[in-house]
Design a protein around this ligand. Structure first.
Ligand SMILES: Cc1cc2nc3c(=O)[nH]c(=O)nc-3n(C[C@H](O)[C@H](O)[C@H](O)COP(=O)(O)O)c2cc1C
Length: 225
């Protein structure tokens, strides 16, 4: 009886503590289907793409966020599960987190993109931008963007097949993903900048990355000021 009582007290404390850290119950946001018909040509997008570091305060719509997530890692062939960005041996080591603030109908927080379900899963609640800004060596664009896409890689997924070459492959894949985001942002009239200068451990700590996941790129996105 005493054991049972202690167990109940422990459970109550644990649940209370979990709530206090801002870690939400798993919340899933189904995303609008991506469009594959744009308003500008690929050549125009290539010719006009520039890194953008100043954004307006305009919030992004769920449709826009969905389109950017799909461009980064969306499934483009349902049969094979292959994605918008190439992947060495289709080992898919890349994960995409989205730090969303002030978006239509979404609570602020850190979301993980699930390519298979084309959905977002809320991982952490709250505004993480100041902490991320500090981890990114005080680069203002990381603090000011309504959306920061974090591209990270899990080398172990690719290592089984490619051994020592896996790390370089994962870095290459992050480049493909970032370029997709650059081009999609440009096509939507938005801007981004690939941020590679940051304290990797600090970013991992802010985003609570685990399972061998290493942040490789931060991509703030917003409407150019
Ligand atoms: C690997 C890599 C890392 C980068 N890191 C940063 C960064 O930490 N901060 C930043 O403001 N821009 C960063 N950039 C963006 C470059 O500064 C930018 O691409 C370059 O100035 C050329 O400008 P453009 O992208 O407009 O053509 C990075 C770009 C690459 C490819």
């Amino acid at each position: 009886m005493r054991k049972l009582l202690l167990g109940v007290i422990w459970m109550t404390i644990s649940l209370g503590a979990a709530g206090a850290t801002g870690r939400p119950q798993e919340a899933t946001v189904a995303l609008p289907e991506p469009t594959i018909v744009g308003e500008v040509t690929l050549e125009e997008v290539l010719a006009e793409r520039r890194s953008v570091r100043e954004y307006t305060d305009e919030p992004l719509s769920l449709r826009t966020i969905a389109q950017l997530a799909w461009a980064a890692q969306g499934v483009s062939d349902a049969g094979s599960g292959f994605r918008t960005a190439p992947s060495a041996g289709a080992t898919f080591p890349i994960e995409v987190d989205l730090i969303i603030n002030g978006a239509d109908g979404l609570q602020d927080g850190v979301y993980r993109y699930d390519p298979r379900d084309h959905a977002l899963r809320l991982r952490l609640e709250g505004d993480m931008r100041l902490e991320l800004h500090q981890a990114a060596l005080l680069q203002a664009w990381v603090r000011d963007a309504p959306l920061v896409i974090v591209v990270s890689g899990v080398v172990a997924r690719t290592e089984g097949r490619y051994g020592e070459r896996a790390e370089r492959y994962v870095h290459m894949e992050a480049g493909h993903v970032a370029q997709n985001v650059y081009l999609q942002a440009q096509a939507l009239g938005l801007g981004t900048v690939a941020v590679g200068a940051f304290d990797e451990e600090a970013v991992a700590s802010v985003l609570e990355l685990d399972g061998g996941q290493r942040a490789l790129y931060l991509l703030p996105v917003g409407r150019p000021r």
